[in-house]
Design a protein around this ligand. Structure first.
Ligand code: B12
Length: 212
């Protein structure tokens, strides 16, 4: 569909106003909020990532693109949540220590919320101790760790060790995600699962908690 490509392009090109207009028009024409996010905004931000990797985009381009992405996200997120009376479970999310990337985590949070999970987002650069405190005080069913750099993914293991030392590892399911992370790595560090994208993250949480 045309709007998908147009919206993706507006996000990639950092055209905030155009992205907002296209997303609004798509919603008014009956597109599902989840589609507007995934096929439009997420597709656009992935293209930004590719252009950055290829050296065609510089930091200011990436920042403009993120701002356009966030505009669409702001509009779509309340619609994703719907009118939910009860939740399927509680999920704590955070980007691990040293990592300030959060676009992927925010999409996972939005998708989980839209799938009837209560999500507590601890934000970026979250140290192992904060995850331990959250496990102790908030009693989540699942903790989701995001790492977006090869240099920070090793901090995931530190969270697992800290949870184990606090005697809390068996009280909670622990999942991991982010571009450099793999299913093999999840297994190696003793996580309960890995999700390649936001839809995969929801399916994984459903499976781990035995709900659908
Ligand atoms: C946008 C971006 C930034 C933005 C971040 C803005 C923000 N609010 O997030 C800014 C400009 C601030 C930034 C800064 C930096 N960045 Co940067 N950044 C990127 C870029 C271009 C895109 C990342 C992104 O948002 N992708 C889109 C999202 C939607 O995808 P995703 O994160 O993979 O998320 C999906 C899945 O992984 C999954 N998922 C995500 N989280 C989770 C969690 C769970 C639990 C589960 C199950 C699933 C899951 O679902 C998501 C949706 O489908 C990448 C390049 C690239 N191609 O990826 C570099 C990249 C990640 N950055 C990189 C670097 C080096 C940096 C800096 C150090 C740059 C610098 N020299 O200053 C700083 C680091 C700051 C810090 N301390 O973290 C490198 C990392 C290299 C490495 N070692 O691995 C990359 C790969 C670029 C590169 N090739 O050099 N960056």
């Amino acid at each position: 569909m045309d709007w998908e490509q147009d919206l993706a392009a507006a996000v990639t090109e950092g055209e905030e106003i155009r992205a907002e207009e296209l997303a609004r028009a798509a919603l008014e024409e009956g597109a599902a909020p989840r589609e507007v996010l995934e096929k439009g905004a997420v597709a656009g931000i992935y293209q930004t990532g590719r252009l950055w990797e290829e050296g065609d985009y510089f930091l200011p381009d990436v920042i403009l693109s993120i701002e356009a992405f966030n505009k669409v996200m702001e509009m779509v997120e309340p619609l994703l949540a719907g009118e939910v009376a009860s939740t399927k479970g509680k999920v704590v999310l955070g980007s691990v220590e040293g990592d300030a990337h959060d676009l992927g985590k925010n999409i996972v949070a939005a998708m989980l919320r839209s799938s009837l999970y209560e999500v507590i987002d601890l934000g970026i650069d979250v140290g192992a101790e904060r995850f331990v405190e959250a496990a102790r005080d908030l009693h989540p069913d699942v903790i989701g760790l995001g790492a977006y750099m090869t240099t920070t993914m090793r901090n995931m293991e530190g969270v697992i060790t800290a949870l184990r030392e606090a005697g809390l590892r068996d009280c909670v399911k622990l999942i991991i995600g982010g571009a450099p992370v793999t299913a093999d790595y999840a297994e190696r560090i003793g996580a309960d699962g890995y999700g390649a994208d936001a839809v995969g993250a929801v399916a994984l949480v459903d499976r781990l908690l035995g709900v659908s």
